[in-house]
Design a protein around this ligand. Structure first.
Ligand SMILES: [Zn+2]
Length: 359
């Protein structure tokens, strides 16, 4: 671009400054708009060069260690509009994944770890080159062949875009897939339609749109939840992740159909998962109905026989966390320590005649 400019006739300094400014602005703007990918110079290790949030401390995905979670019993998740069949459902290859959007249909979710009502935005998938890779979050270092992300934004923020400016703006329901011998009939038309959207930015419309319920797992009681980020640029740390334990079953052939899609450059989109990120100071919650039973039993168990887990569960009963925010386990111990210090100082003061011996 500089060589091209030097061939042109000289310009006055005012004009030159204007042109220079335009050139600089256009370079900056091009850099901001530059697309991301999953390999080479556009790959995940370079995302942070253009998107600051991608180097944040609360990024997704993560590996969830099931032995290092806080067991909780959160309010039930409430779904609305998940059983309805939308008038029009579209399937779009956006160059990074394939996404399902619905026209004039607004399913919502509330309860669980969420405060407020969240409205459906879109759902999309992450997969890998073969059945041994593909999911983004991992459970006990186990990688699943594919992962579904059902994205919702907090309704009070009106749109998904404005919700991304708030730390509680989005929630993503994540479902893992496992391979089964049989095709999953609920995904039949979906998998067939993938052939119509092989090229980037192609859209196809369902003849018989599935309901959201058809596409997800049945068990919505057992899940992991934590605060994290979008797993693609701009990697905004605004997502309450809800990762369901029960996998969805698809055949190898059905998952293989996703790998035939193409990215913006016409290359096969064989993988689109981000590597795991550090957990940092975050605590992952595991929602289960076990606690209620455990806590009832603890009345009959002598304290010395209770393991650390049971003690933690008892604490949770009285101080149940609402969201995956980091708890402050030291706060209780701190106030006890402070009381002892005050008592000790008082005793010392009395002993040395500072208090209670007027002269
Ligand atoms: Zn995703």
């Amino acid at each position: 671009m500089a060589a091209e400019m030097s061939k042109r006739r000289p310009v006055r300094s005012g004009n030159f400054m204007l042109i220079a400014s335009i050139v600089i602005l256009s370079v900056i703007s091009n850099a901001r708009c530059q697309d991301f990918g999953y390999d080479g110079a556009k790959g995940p290790s370079h995302w942070g060069e253009q998107y600051n949030s991608c180097t944040g401390k609360h990024q997704s995905p993560i590996n969830i260690n099931s032995l290092d979670v806080k067991k909780v019993n959160l309010p039930a998740i409430i779904l609305d509009g998940f059983d309805a069949f939308p008038q029009q459902t579209n399937l779009t290859n956006n160059g990074h994944t394939v996404a399902i959007t619905m026209k004039d249909h607004f399913p919502t979710i509330s309860g669980g770890p969420l405060t407020g009502v969240y409205q459906y935005s879109q759902l999309h998938f992450h997969w890998g080159d073969n059945d041994t890779v593909g999911s983004e979050d991992m459970i006990d270092n186990h990688i699943f062949p594919m992962e579904l992300h059902v994205v919702f934004f907090k309704q009070e923020y009106k749109t998904a875009k404005s919700a991304m400016k708030h730390s509680d703006g989005l929630t993503v329901l994540a479902f893992f897939y496992e391979i089964s011998q049989e095709d999953n009939p609920s995904y039949e038309e979906f998998v067939q339609l993938l052939r119509n959207v092989t090229s980037s930015h192609k859209t196809a419309t369902f003849v018989n749109p599935p309901s959201l319920r058809d596409l997800i797992a049945r068990d919505l009681m057992h899940y992991y939840t934590y605060d994290g980020s979008l797993t693609t640029p701009p990697c905004s740390e605004v997502v309450t992740w809800i990762d369901f334990k029960e996998p969805i079953l698809l055949s190898h052939t059905q998952i293989e159909a996703f790998r035939a899609l193409e990215d913006d450059e016409g290359h096969p989109l064989t993988h689109n998962f981000r590597p795991i990120q550090p957990l940092g100071d975050r605590v992952v919650l595991y929602n289960t109905d076990e606690i209620v039973k455990d806590v009832d039993l603890t009345d009959e168990i002598p304290p010395e026989e209770m393991d650390q887990n049971s003690l933690e569960q008892q604490q949770e009963k009285s101080n149940r966390p609402v969201k995956g925010k980091k708890p402050h386990p030291d706060s209780g111990a701190g106030s006890i320590g402070a009381s002892w210090t005050v008592l000790l100082l008082l005793v010392l003061a009395v002993s040395f005649g500072v208090v209670g011996s007027p002269k």
